[in-house]
Design a protein around this ligand. Sequence first.
Ligand code: FAD
Ligand code: 2HG
Ligand code: ZN
Length: 464
Amino acid sequence: MNATVDRLKAIVGPGAWVTDPEALQPHLTEWRGRLHGSASVMLLPKNTAEVAEILRVCASTRTAVVPQGGNTGMCGGAIPDESGTQVIVNLRRMNRIRQVDALNFSLVADAGCVLADVQAAAREVGRMFPLSLGGEGSCQIGGNLATNAGGINVLRYGTARDLTLGVEVVLADGTIWDGIRTLRKNTAGYDLKQLFIGSEGTLGIITGVAVKLFPDPGHIRTAFLALATAQQAIELLAEFRTRLPESVQAFELISKRALSYVARHIPDVRLPLDDGYPWYVLLDVAIPDQSDALERLLQAAIDRGMVTDAVLAKNVAEAEQLWRVRHSISEAEKREGRGIKHDIAVPIGRMPEFLVEASRRLTVQVPEAIPVVFGHVGDGNLHYNAHLPAALQGAEFDRLALRVTTVIYELVQEVGGSISAEHGIGVFKRDALAQYSDPAELQLMRTLKQALDPANILNPGKVI
Ligand code: FAD
Ligand code: 2HG
Ligand code: ZN
């Protein structure tokens, strides 16, 4: 092992590897501290050729590699196992914007570019890169593609998969596949980029990306609403989408408990409305500055009893304050204690029924569970998280947590949903994927893994 590590260090050169335990520490655990691994070295390659050389050495020595971006992932996919034999390849030094083409509405970048920097590069040429999520100041565009990230603007612009035009990938044997294309149409054979998007580092290391840009949507109006039922939120969404076609960019659902956790744990965030209402919606609509269409729609909804109370941001600073509330939920939940996360997708029309039935079953089957629900309701994506009383620890916690998860995932199956909408599988959901997938689907995934990584050196133990 030591000889291999020496060879790998020599590839990246002095200053571009980490073995010091203290410096390694943040890279050996995920942000909630739920998983702790060990690694012989973390390598920080500066270009694709170095990544290829690293994988050639790892393939010949059968050394396992864990690709790592900003380490903001939710499923433990970027964390090495406990053996101490795995090597982390962190892409953070590969942070060059390679090309921005305003006329072609495209951008090409190294995979290690931070998402916020990609957004900024697009803005500089009057364009917009719409992928946006709470971790955007730390996560990398390569990590976003590797997890097929979603976030708040999927409703209008799609997921990372929809936003990708091409990828550059280093394969398990060190071969570089230059799949960087900035074309809107390309039917020359299989669409190979799709294999790597959402593969969480198990099929190749993404070293470069080509993504779609969009026209600047112009003026965005942001509103925070209180509602009596989730059903009203779904109906309101359909109405807004019909009355303001192609304008609704974000439509987030927040439960009373999620909001109350923010109030309890995030001191510098001010709640726009009292936290006593059952449900809240936070929405972004792209409409011209002088238009009062949003006000009129909201007033009509209030008059019909669809919306109980509403706050409209008067300027960008107020809109940012409203979004801070939403983006603080994960941190607030973390401070509340150990949560049980379920990042599920359900058909939007069945969401109200899902919410009522999930709550009913949990009350009967695991009365200790405290649901903390929020999510990107416009995409049918709920974060149906749950907490258990703090007194429950160890095996007792694990037993009840499994029961909660089983209740939720079984219902997800029944309504034709998915156990992972946008966070991926990693290690946390690997067993659930095996349990809830169609056997043919799983076998196809194994066949792909075997074909692309026969020695199983790419992020072993993750996804399948
Ligand atoms: P990492 O966490 O480093 O890695 C994630 C996985 O991708 C791992 O399996 C890793 O091995 C693999 N990987 C990373 N880089 C590469 C690469 N270059 N090539 C191959 N494999 C690679 N996600 C959403 O979808 N929507 C949200 O709204 C959202 N909100 C979030 C809010 C907060 C506060 C946080 C902390 C996270 C949030 N996330 C959200 C999670 C999201 O999936 C990640 O933030 C992001 O997409 C992962 O990027 P990363 O660079 O941090 O990847
Ligand atoms: C979000 O939408 C993220 O804020 C995180 O996807 C969800 O913490 C979660 O469960
Ligand atoms: Zn989310």
